[in-house]
Design a protein around this ligand. Structure first.
Ligand SMILES: Cc1ncc(COP(=O)(O)O)c(C=O)c1O
Length: 423
């Protein structure tokens, strides 16, 4: 029965019962973490053979450069090819970075602020700089903007991606210089941008000629079911519609091999690649070529990576199912929360009754389960409706996840009952 259909007396009884359950949980002295999207040990174990696959006779790349030495600062050719194939981009339009795509995004935006993009004036010298931020979104994108003093504008995520009508309107302002997107299995909602949305974004005609979409394709092969969803190839489409420079794509193997020890890449048009390389030449002599070769030897091809991701899906799916089943059993009929059923990525996005998300996180934390801070999925850490909570089911063990998600549901009920009863 929906909470809104209950009398005050009935709500009071429910609150009393829920408080008792909550206190029982507190007594368990749990120390659990559902806050960050980290692979679990089982997933990390999958790629352990990678550490042994370098006992080989030659460390030369296909172009004959010894990968143990300086060289190939844009990445070894075979790594550029695999990552290019993964994204559907020519290898000449792919640069391999270090272990982190976040680092590539940070460097890109920072350089745009300081030096400008493709010969344009530095963003920071053109007055106010604004970014469009689909919400809920990835807190570390927002952190980059906040750090650099870029004003962020919330763009609601709709079912098939961000609100492109609003975006089309807002890019008429030349101080809007960019936008972050997680187009496939978005963080935190797990949504996949439809072809229509991808096309509309690729066809944008912003007032700022130096506007860039940062296409963070972190979850490009991270499906949870048996099949991977299709995302329209934005780089290809941008070229087709004569807008090749508008997009900068990044991804990494952080959640394919090892977070912090994988390889990342940035893919873009000829102009953008030339621009990025001109800065990278100053920044580094080369990245970790041995690690690039290790990834090439281990996975063999983009298809090898895709096949490997089925193993991750098999480990992750049951964890997501535990949380989703708990939400369904505990909350579905109460009309106090909504959540998505992601087909990929690392998160479940939970919307609770307005004004309750912070309290839910507080109650969970006080009983031993850490969730991502309420508000973190919005610029400046401010969720205007105090509604969204990002759940990360990947890391805890299956048993811990059962406990943690039950406590989460109890915390949701308690926070909502408190709110309804103080009205
Ligand atoms: C959307 C998104 N982009 C980037 C990252 C970080 O990737 P990397 O390890 O390549 O820096 C994450 C990590 O959770 C993420 O969720």
């Amino acid at each position: 029965m929906k909470y809104c259909e209950l009398s005050r007396e009935e709500l009071l009884v429910l609150k009393d019962e829920t408080e008792k359950r909550y206190i029982e949980f507190k007594r368990k002295n749990l120390v659990l973490d559902m806050s960050r999207g980290k692979p679990n040990k089982e997933q990390l174990d999958l790629t352990m053979d990678m550490l042994d696959c370098m006992k080989i006779d030659s460390y030369d790349t296909i172009t004959g450069i010894d990968s143990r030495n300086y060289g190939c600062f844009e990445g070894i050719p075979e790594a550029r090819k695999i990552m290019g194939d993964l994204l559907g981009v020519d290898s000449n339009n792919v640069i391999i970075g270090g272990a982190s795509s976040l680092n590539l995004m940070f460097d890109y935006v920072t350089t745009a602020m300081l030096k400008g993009v493709c010969g344009h004036e530095p963003w920071s010298k053109q007055g106010k700089v604004k970014f469009l931020c689909p919400v809920p979104g990835y807190d570390r994108h927002f952190a980059i903007c906040e750090y650099l003093g870029i004003e962020m504008i919330n763009i609601p995520m709709l079912d098939n991606g961000p609100d492109v009508e609003l975006i089309t309107e807002l890019v008429k302002d030349s101080s809007v210089k960019g936008m972050f997107c997680v187009p496939k299995y978005s963080n935190p909602e797990g949504k996949v941008f439809s072809d229509k949305v991808v096309k509309a974004l690729a066809e944008l005609k912003p007032a700022a000629p130096d506007f860039r979409i940062i296409w963070d394709n972190a979850y490009c092969v991270h499906h949870l079911g048996e099949h991977d969803d299709e995302l329209l190839n934005i780089i290809e489409y941008c070229a087709q519609v004569g807008n090749p420079d508008i997009v900068i794509e990044v991804t990494s193997t952080s959640k394919i091999s090892f977070p912090g020890s994988g390889i990342s890449c940035i893919a873009a048009s000829d102009n953008n690649i030339k621009d990025i390389l001109s800065r990278m030449k100053i920044q580094t002599i080369c990245n970790n070529n041995i690690n690039q070769l290790r990834h090439v030897k281990y996975f063999g091809s983009a298809q090898g990576i895709r096949e490997h991701m089925n193993k991750h899906a098999a480990i992750l799916r049951p964890r997501f199912d535990i949380v989703l089943e708990m939400l369904e059993n505990e909350l579905a009929e109460l009309g106090i929360a909504k959540w998505g059923n992601p087909k990929g990525g690392y998160f479940i996005s939970l919307d609770v009754m307005d004004g309750c998300a912070k309290r839910v996180c507080q109650l969970s934390r006080e009983a031993g389960v850490v969730l991502t801070n309420a508000g973190a999925t919005f610029p400046y850490g401010i969720d205007p409706n105090d509604r969204n909570i990002r759940i990360a089911p990947s890391f805890p063990s299956v048993e811990d996840l059962r406990l943690a998600s039950e406590l989460l549901c109890i915390s949701v009920k308690l926070a909502v009952l408190e709110k309804m009863l103080t009205k």
